[in-house]
Design a protein around this ligand. Structure first.
Ligand code: TMP
Length: 205
């Protein structure tokens, strides 16, 4: 029995985390077995990697990429895949599209190299559906900084970096339209959730 793998993606402050929680509550109310997780930081090891990446000191671009991949490899192997094998719906806050957008488009790292390392980290596991919460960059960044109070290593990067990231998500969504669905993150939280439920319904067994 294989479950359903749903990822939530987007730039900073797009409302992914709120929507993931609302989606979890909705699926639980329908009695689906569901688990929520995130990258980086979905496992005990991952939490340490997340702290190094977001709250630590200097991390070179290649080290950043490989730390994210170590997080992902462990996460897929010990959390995501086992839950899918048991028939769970897995809701994941960020996955490999974030690496393409942030390290590829944002940092300007080689996209082919990222794809190859991603293949190793994910062991080929792809999301069944990806919800891309799209929001104007400056609005999202302001929102993210307001929520966290203390901006992390990525949130501190300049507007141009975050604009490249969002361009990455846009290009990914154009290329992989069968999997990635754009959701307008500027709507009210209720409207976004209603749209997400409409998108997910056909995937529910
Ligand atoms: P968030 O989970 O609070 O959105 O923060 C995670 C941060 O890590 C966010 O700034 C995006 C960044 N990130 C990458 O740069 N590459 C990745 O592959 C992932 C999963 C996250």
């Amino acid at each position: 029995m294989s479950g359903l793998f749903v990822t939530f993606e987007g730039g900073e402050g797009g409302g992914k985390t709120t929507q993931l929680k609302l989606t979890e509550a909705w699926l639980r109310s329908l009695d689906y077995p569901v688990t929520t997780t995130r990258e980086p930081g979905g496992t005990e090891l991952g939490q340490k990697i997340r702290a190094l990446l977001l709250q630590g000191g200097e991390v070179s671009n290649r080290a950043e990429l490989l730390l994210l991949m170590a997080d992902r490899a462990h996460h897929v192997e010990t959390c995501i895949q086992p839950h899918l094998d048991r028939g769970f719906i897995v809701l994941c806050d960020r996955y490999y599209d974030s690496t393409i957008a942030y390290q590829g488009y944002g940092r300007g790292m080689d996209l082919d190299a990222i794809a190859r390392i991603n293949g190793i980290a994910t062991n080929g596991l792809q999301p069944d559906v990806t919800l891309w919460l799209d929001l104007e960059v400056s609005v999202g960044l302001a929102r993210a900084k307001q929520v966290s109070g203390n901006p992390d290593r990525m949130e501190r990067l300049d507007l141009e970096f975050h604009q490249r990231v969002v361009r990455g998500f846009r290009e990914l969504a154009m290329r992989e339209g069968d999997r990635i669905v754009r959701v307008d993150g500027s709507q009210s939280s209720e409207a976004v959730q209603a749209e997400i439920q409409t998108i997910l319904k056909p995937y529910l067994k």
